[in-house]
Design a protein around this ligand. Structure first.
Ligand code: PLP
Length: 414
C-alpha cells in the first residue's frame, strides 16, 4: 500500500525512534549473525565512517573545481589503491559508487578502446570472455552495452579455465575477465595464466577484485602465499576493487583502476551538446556523494597498513577456525580459500536444508548452487562468533540428518 506524504512534518525524535524500530526485523548483523551484505570492522571504524561521511555529506564530487578537497581525497584514495595493487607509475583510476559501477565503467573503457583500435565499417557485436563464476555485474553491463558475455565453465578446481577461455576468444573479443576472488567460491583465478593469454592475443584483461582488492594485499603481507593477481601481472589492463567491502569504507564507494591514462581516457564522458555547459563525468554517476569519498579517505588513513593487516588477520583467522570446524562436521571446503570468503558442501546431506535450520537460528548467510554449498563472507567481527556459528551448524546438521528436510528452495539476492 502506497503511503501519502504527511500533511504536516513530524518531529525528528519520533521519526528516529520509528526508524530504529523498523530495523528490528532486519538481519542481526551487529550480533555477527550475518555473513553477507555487511562488513563489520568494529565500533571505532564505524565511528570514523560516520563522522567522516557527514563532514562532506552535502558536497558533490561532480564539481572538483568547487571542491578541491574531495578531488584531493579521491586522488589519494586512488593512489593508495594503485600502490597496494602494484600499478606502475602510469596507473590511474576513479572512485565509483560501487563494484557494479566500476565493472560497467571498465567495460565501457575497454569497448571504446577496442573500437578505437579496430575501426570497422560494419557494426560488430563485441564479446567478453569470463569464467562461469564471474559476478552478474558483467551480465548487467553487457546487456546495457549490447555486448555478448561468454561465460566459460570453470575447471574441476572451480577456477577460471585458461585453456577453455582462450579457445572462446575471437576477433570480436574486447575483454577477458578473471576474479580475485570470485564471489561464489572465494577463490582467486589463475590471473598469471590469463595475463599470458591477454598478452598473446592482445586483449584487455580485467581483474575483478571487488571483494579481494583491499584484503588480498594485506593477507599476503601477513604471510599467505597468494599468487600474483593484480597489475604485477603484465597483461592486466584494469581492475575493480570495492572500498565498501574489505576496505571497510562507507557504502557507495569502489575503485576502478587502469594501468595507464590512455586506457582510462575511454571511460571519461565529455558532453558539450546541451545548453548547460560542458559536463565531464568519469563514471556512471553525475552527482557523486562527497561523503562516500571523504569516508573512504578517512578510514584508509585511520587504519593504515598495520590496521588493515590486523583486521584482515581477524578475518582469515575466523575463516581458518570455521574451516577446521566444518571439516570436523564432515563438510568439504570448495577449493583453497585465501581471503575472506569460504564455501563448503556436504557429501551426503542437503545443505539447503542445513541453511534453513541456520536461518531459523538467526543466521543470514549465502548459498551457492553449482555445486550446492553454504557460503560465508566474513568480517573481523566474526572472529568473536565462530564458536556460536559452529555450535549452531552442528545442531542444524544433526537436525537435518535426523530427518528434518525443511529446506530453502533457491539461493537469491533480491
Ligand atoms: C560485490 C561484488 C561485485 C559487485 O559490487 P557491488 O558493490 O555490489 O556493485 C562484483 N564482483 C564481485 C566479485 C563482488 O564480490
Amino acid at each position: 500500500m502506497l503511503k501519502n506524504m504527511p500533511k504536516h512534518g513530524q518531529a525528528w525524535p519520533e521519526l528516529k525512534t520509528e526508524m530504529i524500530n523498523r530495523g528490528s526485523g532486519d538481519a542481526k548483523w551487529r550480533e555477527g549473525k550475518t555473513a553477507v551484505y555487511v562488513f563489520n570492522a568494529g565500533e571505532d571504524v564505524a565511528r570514523v565512517q560516520k563522522e567522516a561521511y557527514t563532514l562532506y555529506m552535502s558536497e558533490n564530487g561532480l564539481g572538483p573545481a568547487a571542491f578541491p578537497s574531495l578531488k584531493q581525497m579521491e586522488d589519494e584514495v586512488i593512489g593508495m589503491g594503485l600502490s597496494l595493487l602494484h600499478a606502475p607509475e602510469t596507473g590511474v583510476g576513479s572512485i565509483t559508487s560501487g563494484g557494479t559501477d566500476s565493472i560497467t565503467m571498465a567495460i565501457k573503457a575497454a569497448r571504446d578502446y577496442h573500437r578505437s583500435k579496430h575501426p570497422s565499417p560494419a557494426i560488430q557485436k563485441l564479446n567478453i570472455v569470463a569464467p562461469f563464476s564471474a559476478h552478474p555485474a558483467f551480465d548487467k553491463a553487457a546487456q546495457m552495452m549490447d555486448l555478448e558475455l561468454r561465460r566459460i565453465a570453470c575447471g574441476p578446481n572451480l577456477l577460471a579455465d585458461p585453456a577453455a577461455m582462450s579457445a572462446a576468444i575471437d576477433a570480436n573479443t574486447m575483454m577477458i575477465v578473471g576474479s580475485a576472488p570470485c564471489f561464489p567460491y572465494g577463490l582467486i583465478d589463475p590471473i598469471e595464466a590469463l595475463g599470458q593469454i591477454a598478452e598473446r592475443e592482445n586483449k584487455w584483461l580485467h581483474v575483478d577484485a571487488c571483494v579481494g582488492g583491499y584484503i588480498a594485499p594485506f593477507v599476503r603481507m601477513n604471510g599467505a602465499d597468494i599468487k600474483p593477481f593484480d597489475f604485477e601481472v603484465n597483461g592486466v589492463s584494469s581492475m575493480s576493487a570495492d572500498l565498501h567491502k574489505y576496505g571497510y569504507c562507507a557504502k557507495g564507494a569502489s575503485s576502478v583502476l587502469f594501468r595507464a591514462e590512455d586506457l582510462m581516457a575511454h571511460m571519461i564522458f565529455d558532453c558539450d551538446g546541451w545548453p548547460g555547459g560542458r559536463m565531464i563525468t568519469p563514471t556512471l554517476s553525475g552527482t557523486r556523494p562527497g561523503g562516500a569519498i571523504s569516508a573512504a579517505w578517512a578510514v584508509m588513513n585511520y587504519l593504515g597498513i598495520e590496521g588493515y593487516k590486523s583486521k584482515q588477520k581477524m578475518v582469515t583467522d575466523a575463516r581458518e577456525t570455521i574451516e577446521e570446524g566444518v571439516k570436523a562436521l564432515g563438510f568439504e571446503i570448495l577449493g583453497t580459500p585465501q581471503v575472506g570468503i569460504v564455501a563448503f558442501s556436504h557429501p551426503t546431506e542437503n545443505v539447503f536444508a542445513v541453511y534453513k535450520q541456520m536461518y531459523k537460528r538467526g543466521w543470514f548467510t549465502s548459498l551457492t548452487t553449482e555445486p550446492r554449498s553454504l557460503h560465508l563472507m566474513l568480517s573481523p567481527f566474526h572472529a568473536e562468533v565462530t564458536d556460536i556459528y559452529l555450535m549452531d551448524l552442528k545442531n542444524s546438521l544433526e537436525q537435518v540428518m535426523s530427518g528434518d528436510t525443511d529446506a530453502v528452495t533457491e539461493s537469491r539476492y533480491s
